[in-house]
Design a protein around this ligand. Structure first.
Ligand code: 3HC
Ligand code: NAI
Length: 646
């Protein structure tokens, strides 16, 4: 860690260099503290530019210090010290100014940023609130409504949005340091603005806060930090600066030691470890320049969209011209949807689509680096596709299957060069869901495996390596979860009570309403297939419903009834009749007990998965559940939540 002082005439520059992300360790805080003293004492200095080396401005407090007692100088004191410096400081921002980094920048008299910089307060995502004036200075700079949005969502702003909101004074085109020094010189020719802490706040009325509380509680789904952050903002608007700072600090310290904060830190570090497994550190992946997808259905189109979002040209192979047209229409639907939601401009959507070549001709795959197969879940169909790929592709091209339940070893059987084969299990919708299970077969080479991880990084997905078993990690736990939920129904617990219990626990949906949305028939057909192959698969309650024509929302009913055109589940008398013979009432269970039981079942399956070497660590199982199945992030995943850690 270094803090270096240079001078360009009357402007001093303070350069922070604390790789990898200039986090505010105790040593860095001390270095900045000392720099203020040195520069205050130097009569030749009129203003100071604070700039960072490496890929980013200060990215926040040092998260690795959070489990330990705070060491002085404390961050709020450092920010106050910079704000009270005898010379005005200008924060020159590139990369990300996040959390404590933005708080330091708000202690400066001015903030300038390059156009692709991000500024934000992501603390609520770590289960805490800003702890160095973030909730007290933002309303003074941005006004209360914009500050509420920034702080309670944790979502950062781009430089231009930040400038519009008042968080940044100028966007610098060209060289940042040069631009910041020029900005400082110009600023010295004008009256200085007041330090942020002394600026007034227009306090909203009680109705505003009541409304915000409702909205924040709804989107937090049980996470504590967003509401606590809102309370800090209210204090900032209604009390004086010193009282608001004390309130914020106390809230920060309370939350820092909380179980939710520990869980969210666990997820933070697990997410950062996942894309770069230690075992593959020295393995060079194959360069990914051109990709192909076989099958343009639900998954194939989603995977192709994800590849295009990452900038890769894509060939989409279908079985006949009609299917090519359907696949391309599926893709258009995805990109049009992104335009409707404001995620893409019309021109960007056209460009994404123009980068996809739809064809029935495998010759188009001659120079492809990676092919992902997403055709029907039938071994014969998949084997035939891989025979064609073996003929058409370069011998070093990575060949991947997106199978959900088939054994990848059976798909790869007889493939020339099986070292290039791998399972890449995406989740639906594949262009949205973050999880990617990476499933090597015994012959898969390290290079192919490393290419799978490189793909995940390119697609900004969370990769988890999974061993081979039915359903890999995620669907195997899902099956146990559903079986356990059905067992509760057999004991007389109401379907709607179970769903409400899991929503109360922080899931967006309970297990039964989720099945109604996705359709009960897929799992049913899989069970029927296994039965036809001679396996002893016990009859499920879901089987009874599908046989009665109840496949979910798409048939107007599944576990629940749905009024035409409506998605609100209504408890069903027909289902009660259908299942009556299978229910043998047991002791009553409250919602807390239901959720605890079902999470324990997930964790027990996770433990079995670990014992069999299907997953490497409990943290990876937690990532699968959080990013593939909507497990509440602030609980850390089923393993963390039940005390299985590592
Ligand atoms: N503290 C400690 N280590 C951190 C860190 C932090 N705040 N942020 C990132 N790191 C580490 C990562 O663990 C990783 O370590 P590794 O190389 O050993 O695995 C390394 O820095 C690089 O991180 P990324 O892989 O995430 O790097 P990227 O370039 O992809 O992203 C980033 C950079 C956008 C800055 C991203 O790291 C990030 O979002 N970091 C978190 C920022 C954050 O949450 N800040 C707020 C902290 S809380 C706070 O400030 C409280 C205050 O109000 C008092
Ligand atoms: P789908 O039925 O929507 O699409 C399959 C597509 O493959 C169809 O467009 C079909 O025309 C095409 N196809 C069939 N045979 C072909 C061939 N020989 N050559 C080229 N194209 C061919 O199915 P879906 O849901 O997209 O599933 C595809 C695969 O992804 C399956 O293996 C499935 O198990 C898996 N999967 C599905 C998930 C889901 O949620 N739907 C999630 C994860 C994996």
């Amino acid at each position: 860690m270094t803090v270096t002082i240079d001078r360009q005439g009357e402007i001093a520059t303070v350069t922070v260099d604390n790789p990898p992300v200039n986090a505010l360790s105790a040593a860095l805080r001390q270095g900045l503290w000392d720099a203020v003293a040195t520069l205050d004492a130097d009569a030749s200095v009129a203003a100071v530019v604070l700039v960072c080396a490496g890929r980013t401005f200060i990215a926040g407090a040092d998260v690795t210090e959070f489990g330990k007692p705070p060491v002085p100088p404390h961050l709020p004191d450092l920010v106050d010290r910079i704000e009270a410096a005898a010379k005005p400081w200008v924060a020159a921002i590139h990369g990300s100014a996040l959390g404590g980094g933005l708080e330091v920048a708000m202690g400066c008299r001015f903030r300038v940023a390059v156009p692709d910089a991000w500024l934000g307060l992501p603390e609520v995502g770590l289960g805490i609130v800003p702890g160095a004036g973030g909730t007290v200075r933002t309303p003074r700079l941005l006004g209360v409504p914009a500050a509420v949005d920034l702080v309670t969502s944790g979502r950062p702003l781009r430089a231009a949005q930040a400038a519009e909101a008042g968080l940044v004074d100028a966007v610098v085109q060209g060289d940042l340091l040069e631009g910041a020094v020029a900005f400082a010189r110009l600023a010295l020719t004008r009256p200085l603005p007041q330090p942020v802490s002394t600026r007034p706040i227009a306090a909203p009325d009680a109705d505003f806060w009541a409304e915000q509380e409702k909205a924040v509680a709804k989107s937090a789904r049980g996470a504590a930090a967003p509401l606590r952050a809102l309370a800090c903002l209210r204090k900032a608007a209604e009390a004086d600066f010193a009282d608001a700072m004390a309130f914020e600090r106390q809230t920060f310290l309370d939350l820092r030691g909380s179980e939710q904060a520990a869980a969210l830190r666990h997820v933070f570090f697990a997410e950062r470890a996942a894309p770069r497994p230690a075992a593959l550190r020295d393995v060079e992946p194959l360069p990914l320049r051109r990709a192909a997808v076989i099958g343009g259905g639900t998954m194939g189109a989603g995977i192709a969209a994800a590849l295009r979002d990452a900038g890769l040209p894509v060939v989409l192979v279908e079985r006949d011209d009609e299917a090519v047209a359907r696949g391309m229409a599926n893709l258009r639907g995805i990109f049009d949807g992104a335009v409707r939601r404001g995620k893409l401009t019309g021109a960007q959507a056209e460009d994404r689509l123009a980068g996809v070549t739809g064809t029935t001709d495998y010759a188009a795959l001659a120079d492809t680096d990676l092919v992902i197969e997403a055709v029907f879940e039938e071994i014969g169909v998949k084997r035939a596709v891989f025979d064609r790929l073996a003929e058409a592709c370069r011998p070093d091209a990575v060949l991947a299957t997106n199978t959900s339940y088939l054994d990848p070893r059976a798909i790869a059987k007889g493939l020339p060069g099986p070292e290039r084969f791998i399972g890449l299990h995406f989740f639906s919708p594949a262009n949205v869901m973050k999880l990617l299970e990476i499933v090597p077969v015994p012959q898969t080479s390290d290079r192919t495996l490393a290419t799978g991880f490189a793909l995940a990084r390119a697609l900004k997905k969370i990769p988890v390596r999974a061993g081979i078993c039915e359903g890999f990690i995620g669907n195997r736990i899902l099956k146990r979860y559903r079986t356990a939920a059905e067992a509760l129904v057999r004991q007389g617990v109401a379907i709607a009570e179970i769903d409400a219990a899991m929503r109360g626990h922080g899931f967006a949906m309970g297990p039964f309403e989720a099945q109604d949305l996705g359709g009960l028939d897929i799992a049913y057909l899989q069970r029927e297939g296994a039965r036809a192959a001679g396996q002893a698969v016990p009859e499920t309650l879901g089987d009874l419903l599908v046989r009665a024509g109840r496949k979910g929302q798409k048939t107007g009913g599944g576990w629940y009834d749905y009024a035409p055109g409506e998605r609100r589940p209504q408890p069903s008398a027909i289902v009660a009749d259908l299942l009556a013979g299978s229910v043998d009432p047991g002791p009553a269970m409250d919602r807390k007990a239901i959720a605890a039981h079902l999470v324990a079942e997930m964790a027990a399956e996770g433990q079995a998965i670990l014992d069999q070497g299907i997953a490497q660590t409990p943290a990876e199982i937690d990532l699968v559940e959080i990013h593939g199945y909507g497990f509440p992030r602030w609980r850390g995943g089923p393993m963390f939540a039940t005390g299985i850690r590592g």
